[in-house]
Ligand binder design. Structure first.
Ligand code: GLC
Length: 500
C-alpha cells in the first residue's frame, strides 16, 4: 500500500515538474521571442538615423545634384525639368477657366471664375472621379478618352447652370499632369516615364497635351490646353497668387516632388532655348533623388526590388504616401516572423500594401491609453485580432520611426532647395538679404501626407527649423495651399491663354 502511495506521489511530482519545466521553457521562449521583436525594432531604428549631421549632408547633396541636373541632361538623377513658366499668377487674372488634375488614383475636373485684382477667385466647382484600375494599366487612347468624356459631361453640366454661357467659344484648360514630362513649351510636353503605379506604356514618348486635345475633339468638346503643368507647378502658381514671396512648392501625397523658381542663367543645359532673363520654374522630379547619405535599410531595398520601377524614385520610396505604410508593414512582418507577438493573423502581414499609409497614420496618432484604435485597425483592416497592449506599443513605435525619417529627409530636401537659391542663411547679405534685412521666403506645400498626418507635419516643420537655425527659420514660411494642383493650373491657363 505504502509503495503504491509513494509511486503515485512520485508520479505527481514528476508530472508537476514536467509541467513547470514546460511552462518555464515556454515563458523563456516567449521572452526570447519578445526580445527578438524589440531587437528588430532597434535595428530598424539604427538604420533610420537622421541626425542633424546626416541631414546637413542630405541638404548639401540635394543642392549639388540640383546644380548637376541644371548643367546637363542626365547629369543627375534629378531631372530638373523646365516648365517654360516664367511668369506666375499675381491676382490680375480674369475670366472662366477649366482645369484637369491627373496624377493619382483619382482625377479631378474644375471650373474656376477669376475676378481680377481684389475679387480674386469668385467661384470654383470641382468634381472628383476615381480612375478605374484597368485604365491605369491600359492604353493611352482608353485613358484619355475616359478623361475627355468625363470632362465633357462636367462642362455641359456647368454650362446648364450658367446664364452667361457662350457654347461656341473655345474653352481654355489648364492640364495638371503629375508625372515627369519634358516640356517643349508651356502647353506641350512629352511623357518621360510613369510613376506611382501607372503604366500606360504607349503614352510614354507622346505629347500628353495633344493626346488629351485629340480625345476632347473626338468627344465633341471644344477646348484647348493652354498650360500643361506638374502638380508642384500648379501649387507654386496658387501659392504665388496669394503671396508673392512664394518661391518653391512641394507635394507630399501619393508621390513626392518639388519645383522652384530658378534664375535663367543658372539653367546651363538649355541656354539657347531661354529668352527671358529673369526666372523660370523648374520641376525637379525630386522623387528620383539619390544620395549615399540617405539612411537606407534592408526593408527599403526589398521594397524597391519588388516594385515595378526598381532603382527608380528612391527618395519617393522613403518619403511618400504610397510607400510609408508598406515600409512599416515590412518591419512588422519581420517581427511576426521572429516572434509570436501577432499570433496566427501575422500571415496577413506578408501581403504587400495591405497596410496603407492613412491607416498607419491613424495607428501612429492613437493617443488612447489602451491604444484602442491600433487594436481596431489591426483586427478589422489587417485581420490580426487580440494583439497585446505591449505589442500594440511596438506597432506605434515602428510607425514613428518610418514617419520621422520620412519627414526629416523631406525637410532636408526643402532646405537643399533654399540653399541652392541662397535662402538658407549661408549665403550672407548678397544672396539672402535685401538691404541688410533678411528676405521672407515662402514654400507652398500640398498633399494629404502633410495636410492630414499631423506627426509627419510636426516632424518636418521641426526639422526645417533645426537645420536652418532659429534666426533663419523665422523668415521661412511653410504654407499649405488647398487644391493648388487644380486651381493653379487654371490660373496658369489664364496667364498663358493669350500667349499662344
Ligand atoms: C511623382 C511624379 C511627379 C509628381 C509627384 C507628386 O513623383 O513623378 O511628377 O509631381 O509624384 O504627385
Amino acid at each position: 500500500m505504502g509503495r503504491v502511495v509513494f509511486g503515485v506521489a512520485l508520479g505527481c511530482a514528476v508530472v508537476t515538474c514536467a509541467i513547470a519545466a514546460v511552462l518555464v521553457g515556454r515563458r523563456a521562449r516567449s521572452r526570447r521571442k519578445w526580445r527578438r521583436a524589440v531587437e528588430v525594432l532597434r535595428e530598424f531604428e539604427e538604420g533610420c538615423v537622421t541626425s542633424i549631421g546626416r541631414l546637413r549632408q542630405v541638404v548639401d547633396a540635394m543642392a549639388v545634384e540640383m546644380h548637376a541636373g541644371l548643367a546637363s541632361d542626365g547629369g543627375s538623377k534629378l531631372k530638373m525639368l523646365l516648365s517654360f513658366i516664367d511668369s506666375l499668377p499675381n491676382g490680375n487674372e480674369i475670366g472662366t477657366y477649366y482645369a484637369l488634375d491627373l496624377g493619382g488614383t483619382n482625377f479631378r475636373v474644375l471650373r474656376v471664375q477669376l475676378g481680377g485684382r481684389g475679387s480674386m477667385i469668385l467661384s470654383r466647382q470641382v468634381e472628383c472621379r476615381p480612375i478605374p484600375q484597368e485604365l491605369m494599366n491600359g492604353t493611352s487612347e482608353g485613358l484619355f478618352h475616359f478623361i475627355a468624356v468625363t470632362l465633357k459631361q462636367f462642362v455641359e453640366q456647368q454650362e446648364d447652370d450658367d446664364s452667361e454661357k457662350k457654347p461656341d467659344e473655345k474653352k481654355v484648360l489648364g492640364f495638371t499632369f503629375s508625372f515627369p514630362v519634358r516640356q517643349m513649351s508651356v502647353s506641350s510636353g512629352i511623357l518621360i516615364k510613369w510613376t506611382k503605379g501607372f503604366s500606360v506604356e504607349d503614352a510614354v514618348g507622346k505629347d500628353v497635351a495633344r493626346c488629351l486635345e485629340e480625345a476632347m475633339t473626338k468627344a465633341g468638346l471644344n477646348m484647348r490646353v493652354a498650360a500643361l503643368v506638374n502638380d508642384t507647378v500648379g501649387t507654386l502658381a496658387l501659392g504665388h497668387y496669394y503671396d508673392e514671396d512664394t518661391v518653391a512648392a512641394v507635394i507630399f501625397g501619393t508621390g513626392t516632388n518639388a519645383c522652384y523658381v530658378e534664375r535663367t542663367d543658372a539653367i546651363i543645359k538649355c541656354q539657347g532655348l531661354l529668352t527671358n532673363s529673369g526666372g523660370m520654374v523648374v520641376n525637379m522630379e525630386w522623387g528620383n533623388f539619390w544620395s549615399s547619405h540617405l539612411p537606407r535599410t534592408s526593408y527599403d531595398i526589398a521594397l524597391d526590388e519588388e516594385s515595378p520601377n526598381c532603382n527608380d524614385q528612391g527618395f519617393e520610396k522613403m518619403i511618400s504616401g504610397m510607400y510609408l505604410g508598406d515600409i512599416a508593414r515590412r518591419v512588422l512582418y519581420r517581427m511576426a516572423q521572429e516572434s509570436d507577438i501577432f499570433g496566427d493573423g501575422a500571415y496577413n502581414l506578408s501581403m504587400c500594401f495591405i497596410l496603407r499609409t492613412p491607416l498607419m497614420a491613424a495607428m501612429h496618432e492613437d493617443d488612447s491609453p489602451d491604444l484602442r484604435e491600433v487594436g481596431r485597425i489591426l483586427t478589422e483592416s489587417l485581420q490580426i485580432p487580440d494583439v497585446s497592449l505591449k505589442a500594440r506599443r511596438l506597432v506605434v513605435r515602428v510607425c514613428d520611426v518610418v514617419t520621422r525619417r520620412a519627414a526629416r529627409l523631406a525637410a532636408a530636401g526643402i532646405v537643399g532647395i533654399l540653399k541652392k537659391i541662397g535662402r538658407d542663411g549661408s549665403g550672407g547679405v548678397a544672396s539672402g538679404r535685401t538691404k541688410g534685412r533678411p528676405r521672407r521666403t515662402v514654400v507652398a506645400i500640398e498633399g494629404g501626407l502633410y495636410a492630414n498626418y499631423s506627426m509627419f507635419r510636426e516632424y518636418l516643420n521641426e526639422a526645417v527649423a533645426e537645420i536652418l537655425g532659429e534666426e533663419v527659420a523665422q523668415n521661412v514660411v511653410i504654407r499649405v495651399t488647398e487644391d493648388g494642383s487644380g486651381i493653379g493650373a487654371a490660373l496658369l491657363a489664364a496667364t498663358y491663354s493669350s500667349n499662344r
